[in-house]
Design a protein around this ligand. Structure first.
Ligand SMILES: Cc1ncc(COP(=O)(O)OP(=O)(O)O)c(N)n1
Ligand code: TZP
Length: 561
């Protein structure tokens, strides 16, 4: 193990922290006997449910509607992997509002840094004043602070407008090894660190902070954490991602009393640009939500590991250091060819094939085989209605069915199981009156997914529309043995619902070759098709049955239009 002597040119500042807790202690005598670490914990947890404003003005307003808020003071990265852009994405992903003060504009991409333009101090000061004087910022997170004078401006603003916590990511060198800030900034850190709740250097930055001492092992990192802690911050996190001696990614966290080695698996990827900014922003976001420091750091580290793993195969740019995707959203765009092409088309309801696991078992075929036959026969939309499937098996079958459906441009929905729809990235769900409400399903699935709701009455149809559904399934139109205890509403009931519904309607229940024509002949403009289970899947040849049904339904649809 490498041993090293640390040369620390900085004296431990004895300056007591000026901000944050001191303010709170004045307002809340509750905290007076607690140590500094615990005060932070309790205070931030309180912030989670209450909004305390008017600090220093003598007025305290309490509201439940406090939105956790992080202000990032950092540089812009045109490649959007790091800097302000990474901070915004991380906070959005952690459901925290993020405001921004830009200190510098960098021209960057996946190859490196091509240019840096530092913004004048007064422009930085004005941005800080605009945000801090008006908005209820919980946590300030700093990234690229490109000059000593900018650090001084920041410290002044933070004294004038105290916040609950300060997270300092001492950005000095980019991932591409381009130097982003000069050595003069080190003097600024001497003023900023004692105000910080946590400082999060990587190994290179920790080394520079300590006068270029080499850090080659976890014990070196521990010693460095202690020395950086002596510079005034309450906590230090040294990120060991660059420590290639270790198979895992080990970070060292020091809270002034105890060391924690936080391990995560090392994700093999070049898409690591912006991990430092994202980690610090995530810590800030968790603190803003009320977490204790250690739990914020742990959540942030897990978040980075998940995002790196998710993004490991993304290709964005030609350089060696790609950005990653903290929103965990980009991969699906490549996967879901159906959704890329079009959104929900009500005409897709024409021949709506709904699977049934018992019927497939009875006929000795897999769900995927049944779905393939239905799609080849002309089904225009598929719903997997697998009431008895084990979750894991269901997800695997659904993925296989999605591949088949998408290769024919046919959407695939999942009955009831929002979790399965999310896990396999299905095109949507169908829910009944006693399943998850459509509004909640919409919130979980997002705006693009298709949501269908079962309705038997005009009131339910109105509610489905209000709740953001895309279509309604109306029935049982005729008696059926496929769904037990299901009231039959008849053609009259179907007409009543169609007339009231603002959404397209598909009829269901006891429909097959013999009566599909009667349903479609009602000639209701928003009645777009028939949904069928047994007439397709409880038959020997699904393909032929679907083809025949398609011919009847499309013929009837043509004759009434
Ligand atoms: C298109 C379509 N319409 C209605 C239903 C019935 O759904 P639900 O009320 O949730 O009953 P189950 O299917 O869960 O028994 C449907 N599945 N599809
Ligand atoms: C799921 C469902 N919802 C209302 S009726 C019904 C069953 C439809 O099955 P089938 O087409 O075999 O009558």
């Amino acid at each position: 193990m490498a041993s090293c002597t640390f040369v620390n040119s900085w004296h431990s500042p004895q300056v007591a922290p000026i901000l944050g807790f001191k303010q709170v202690r004045i307002l809340t005598p509750l905290f007076s006997d607690l140590d500094r670490k615990n005060q932070r914990h309790v205070f931030l947890n309180m912030q989670h449910s209450q909004c305390v404003s008017g600090i220093g003005s003598g007025t305290t307003q309490i509201s439940d509607a406090k939105i956790p808020h992080v202000l990032t003071v950092a540089g812009s990265d045109s490649g959007a992997g790091a800097g302000i852009q990474a901070d915004l994405k991380a906070c959005a992903s952690r459901h925290v509002f993020c405001s921004t003060v830009i200190t510098a504009v960098t021209a960057q991409n996946t190859v490196g840094v091509q240019g840096v333009e530092i913004l004048p101090d007064d422009v930085v000061a004005e941005q800080l004043k605009s945000v801090l004087s008006d908005m209820h910022v919980d946590v300030v997170k700093t990234g690229m602070l490109p000059s000593l004078s900018v650090v001084k401006v920041l410290c002044q603003s933070l004294r004038k407008f105290p916040v609950k916590a300060i997270v300092v990511d001492p950005v000095m060198v980019s991932t591409s090894a381009d130097v982003l800030v000069g050595p003069s900034v080190l003097a600024g850190f001497r003023e900023l660190f004692p105000m910080a709740d946590i400082v999060t250097p990587n190994i290179k930055e920790a080394s520079v902070l300590l006068g270029d001492v080499p850090l080659k092992s976890v014990s070196d990192m521990r010693r460095a954490a202690k020395l950086i802690h002596d510079m005034g911050p309450r906590n230090v996190l040294i990120k060991g991602g660059d420590l290639h001696a270790s198979l895992d990614a080990i970070d060292v966290f020091f809270d002034g009393e105890e060391f924690y080695e936080l391990c995560s698996s090392r994700v093999k990827t070049c898409n690591t640009h912006g991990t430092g900014c994202t980690l610090a922003s995530c810590i800030a976001a968790e603190l803003a939500k009320g977490s204790s420091m250690l739990s914020a750091v742990k959540v942030a580290k897990r978040f980075i590991e998940t995002a790196l793993d998710y993004s490991k195969d993304l290709v964005i740019g030609n350089g060696p250091q790609g950005p990653f995707d903290p929103l965990l959203a980009l991969k699906n765009i490549n996967r879901s060819s159906y959704r890329q092409e079009r959104l929900f088309n009500p005409n897709d309801l024409l021949v709506y094939a709904v699977t049934d696991s018992n019927m497939n078992k009875k006929w000795g075929r897999s769900i995927a085989e049944a779905v393939k036959a239905a799609v080849e026969g002309g089904a225009t939309i598929i719903q997997l209605r697998e009431k008895d499937a084990e979750t894991r098996e269901f997800i695997e079958s659904a993925k296989a069915c999605l591949k088949i459906c998408h290769s024919y441009g046919v959407p695939l929905l999942i009955n009831d199981r929002i979790d399965v729809a999310l896990a396999c990235d299905a095109d949507g769900v169908h829910v009944g009156q006693s399943d998850m409400p459509a509004r909640l399903a919409r919130r979980l699935l997002g705006p693009e997914k298709i949501i269908g709701v079962s309705c038997k009455t005009p009131e339910q149809a109105e509610q489905a529309w209000i709740n953001g559904a895309d279509y309604i399934g109306c029935g049982g139109v005729y008696p059926t043995s496929t769904k037990a205890n299901n009231r039959t509403i008849g053609l009259d009931g179907l007409m009543e619902v169609c007339k009231a519904s603002k959404l397209p309607v598909v009829a269901i229940g006891g429909i097959g070759l013999s009566n599909a024509h009667d349903v479609m002949e009602l000639g209701l403009p928003n009645l777009k098709g028939v949904a069928v289970v047994s007439a397709l899947f409880d038959r020997e040849c699904i393909l032929t049955e679907t083809r025949n049904l398609h011919s009847v339904v499309s013929g009837a649809a043509l004759s009434v239009n």
